[in-house]
Design a protein around this ligand. Structure first.
Ligand code: F6R
Length: 368
């Protein structure tokens, strides 16, 4: 049921606070320690892990990109993110000390399943992050962390993506707990920050009209997306949503790459979304991304900026600002991606396209 929304996708975008909240629910024991759903991996094995390799496709792989930033920061374990279809045909350096994390909404993506088997053959343990109960990948995994996003009907992934990111945060904190990277009270603090996210996502949804108006009037056939740090995978996801739903050319870039090529694409009128890191971050990324906005604005770009509430620095260079509530940097993708989802959904709908069933795409890709 679409619950009063025009499309499943609209509904699923609006289900996101709940998808994140449900994914966080019931993950702690009476003592407040994190627990995974189905763990068939000994804690001693998890303590010995010296590398994590995330395997996934499409949007799920972007969730893996976000996970890399969080897990490396929290657990000091190197994390690689690899597209499952590349991983399975390489000769990857994987062994008993590698934890392979498969991320998949459907649990049936053929390439991801084959990557899981490829890893297990080499002795790696596989933990999967899956939305669909009873599917194949969790059955073949050594551990499962379910995302509780509920069934996702629209072909393009939205709420499953936010739930996947949330699950990777839980995994990161769980590993930090097991391996002693963090004190219990530090983990409790991170969990409290996470539990505050559903309300903040709701705030972004409540402000959705601004981005919908911009989407309806967008007549460009190319849109660029720039992001840095965790904003980079958000930029990639924003571009993917637009390609899938609106069939227009869209590309996401790491903002630091701008000078190394992509800035050549910027001509007068070119719409560019920029995901701006929090000004409260410890490093200088905020000012670097502001400089990027200045550079593209000087070349005539139409700058569509996603920024944190109260960030005055963006205003002089932004044609539009889509404000999101304050959040810890590592958790911010749960907020910054939402305006991009709304943008793609609204633009495609305004062009009369079927956002729930985009052409040429299937909900789960069970063939190569
Ligand atoms: C994008 C999208 C796809 C899937 C990809 C993986 O909107 O839906 O890119 O994310 O096909 O699917 P799962 O997560 O089922 O393995």
């Amino acid at each position: 049921e679409k619950g009063g929304f025009r499309t499943y996708m609209d509904k699923e975008i609006h289900d996101q606070p709940q998808a994140v909240a449900e994914t966080l629910l019931g993950r702690t024991d009476a003592a407040g320690r994190l627990q995974l759903d189905e763990l068939r991996i000994e804690e001693s094995v998890l303590r010995a892990v010296d590398k994590i390799v995330v395997v996934a496709c499409g949007t799920a792989a972007y969730a893996g990109h976000v996970a890399k930033y969080a897990i490396e920061h929290w657990c000091r374990i190197p994390v690689e993110v690899e597209l499952a279809h590349e991983f399975r045909y390489r000769d990857p350096v994987v062994n008993e000390k590698t934890l392979v994390v498969a991320i998949t909404q459907s649990g049936e993506t053929m390439d991801t399943l084959m990557a899981v088997r490829h890893a297990q053959e080499q002795g790696a343990k596989v933990l999967s992050i899956v939305n669909t109960h009873g599917s194949t990948i969790p059955r073949e995994s050594d551990a499962v962390l379910y995302t509780h996003a509920g069934p996702e009907i629209a072909v393009a992934s939205t709420k499953a993506f936010l739930a996947q990111i949330t699950a990777t945060y839980l995994l990161g904190l769980y590993l930090a707990q097991v391996r002693g990277n963090k004190f219990p009270d530090e983990i409790a603090e991170e969990l409290a920050d996470l539990r505050a996210m559903p309300n903040k996502i709701q705030t972004v949804l409540d402000r959705g009209d601004h981005v919908r108006v911009i989407a309806r009037w967008m007549n460009s056939d190319s849109v660029l997306f720039l992001g840095r740090h965790v904003g980079y995978p958000v930029a990639l996801e924003g571009a993917l949503k637009l390609k899938e739903l609106a069939y227009i050319h869209a590309e996401g870039f790491a903002a630091g790459e701008l000078k190394h090529g992509p800035i050549a694409l910027v001509e007068p009128g070119q719409p560019v979304f920029v995901i701006v890191p929090s000004p409260r971050g410890r490093d200088s990324l905020h000012s670097k991304v502001i400089s990027n906005i200045q550079e593209i604005r000087a070349r005539g770009a139409r700058t569509l900026v996603i920024a944190e509430d109260g960030d005055e620095d963006v205003k002089p260079y932004a044609d539009e600002v889509f404000w999101v509530p304050e959040a810890p940097t590592l958790l911010s993708p749960l907020l910054s991606v939402v305006p991009l989802q709304i943008f793609a959904c609204e633009l495609a709908t305004a062009r009369g396209l079927d956002v729930d069933q985009p052409r040429n795409l299937a909900k789960s890709v069970t063939v190569e």
